[in-house]
Design a protein around this ligand. Structure first.
Ligand SMILES: [Zn+2]
Length: 359
């Protein structure tokens, strides 16, 4: 109960980011309780018509009603800025400890750091570069899989409102604005920059495991592409997983990530089940990597939505991630830091790799 109420109250905040890109159709008739509430709530503060896609509307719509009404359903432990797990960390093999200090017979070099880089040569095979237990991915296990990464928004969207506001197919006979500017931190760090950074770190992690990565955009200073084009890229690539990355714009105190899937099963129940599995796997991996599920939306880091074009147009296993609240001081600090972004990317990547290995 409290969750439903919370979601309804805070839905306006979501409109600052992911929802705002697709809130144009104010009501989906066949919504369930929570999402219908969110739909109405989202439409209330800002008429998500083609004219509201600029930045001011985004921030204005977000921070009004949600904060005061937020009942703080559960104080999820603050995701401490956990240092990024060192990728070259030597796997804890059992016998390698024997050669710790004995290998310094010849005083060749005066200072001679004892063992500068033991990791590379000691991992002949199966070197899980990620240290969390959520990634039982061996070499070659996911090679050849295809992942579409969708960094939300784009750097020149704000300067091209006519393009961005144009209505496009949103699935199920609906239309939505092509795209939006996205949100930003209170001191101006843009969501598109955040998503671009996380996406590229994720891309590197996946490619290192042999995954073929397709990106929905190739730079951070372009326009679009529109939400329908982004979805089509994943469909055309027959992606084994589609990962759309966003940052939310809610109120101070609203913190944490959530993973959204389509409630409407655009490609049938089997594909919807895969999307849900992907969402749960990514959620678990993020938690294992030190991130906390949102304390203001969704349920334990998951949220089914019926109003997001990117989800409703995809016929592949698809999730849309809100990695944190860019309007919260603590979340924004994490999102602005390179270490924080790498932590997010690693968590996502661990989950994607685990999912790919299992399907
Ligand atoms: Zn967004």
């Amino acid at each position: 109960m409290s969750l439903v109420v919370s979601a309804a109250l805070a839905a306006a905040a979501v409109s600052a980011c992911a929802a705002s890109t697709q809130v144009a159709s104010p009501s989906d008739g066949s919504l369930s309780a929570d999402t219908s509430a969110s739909s109405s709530a989202a439409s209330a503060p800002s008429p998500a018509s083609a004219t509201r896609v600029t930045a001011p509307a985004l921030s204005a719509s977000a921070d009004t009603g949600a904060s005061t009404a937020e009942p703080s359903t559960e104080q999820v432990p603050v995701p401490a800025p956990v240092p990024v797990p060192v990728t070259s960390e030597a796997p804890p093999t059992t016998t390698t400890v024997t050669t710790t200090t004995t290998v310094t017979p010849a005083p060749a070099a005066p200072p001679a750091p004892p063992k500068p880089t033991p990791a590379p040569s000691k991992t002949p095979e199966a070197p899980p570069p990620i240290s969390t237990p959520a990634t039982p991915v061996a070499n070659g296990q996911v090679s050849g899989k295809v992942v579409l990464i969708d960094p939300g928004h784009n750097g020149a969207n704000g300067a091209n409102p006519s393009t961005i506001n144009a209505l496009v197919d949103a699935g199920f006979g609906e239309t939505k604005p092509c795209n939006t500017t996205g949100t930003q931190t209170n001191d101006g760090y843009a969501e598109h920059s955040f998503t671009w950074s996380v996406a590229n770190s994720l891309k590197a992690q996946l490619e290192a495991q042999g995954v073929t990565v397709v990106m929905t955009r190739s730079s951070d200073d372009g326009v679009g592409p529109c939400v329908n084009v982004r979805a089509a890229k994943g469909n055309d690539a027959k992606a084994d997983a589609v990962i759309s990355i966003h940052g939310d714009g809610s109120s101070e105190g609203d913190r944490g990530f959530y993973v959204m899937t389509s409630e409407r099963a655009p490609a049938g129940s089997d594909m919807a089940a895969l999307s849900l599995n992907l969402a749960g796997t990514v959620r678990d991996a993020l938690v294992n990597n030190g991130s906390s599920p949102a304390n203001y939306l969704g349920s334990n880091g998951l949220w089914k939505r019926s109003d997001l074009a990117g989800l409703n147009l995809s016929v592949r296993p698809t999730v849309m991630l809100e990695m944190g609240n860019m309007r919260d001081s603590k979340d924004s600090a994490l999102m602005k830091s390179a270490e924080g972004r790498q932590q997010f990317a690693t968590g996502i990547g661990n989950g994607v790799l685990a999912y790919l290995a299992a399907h």
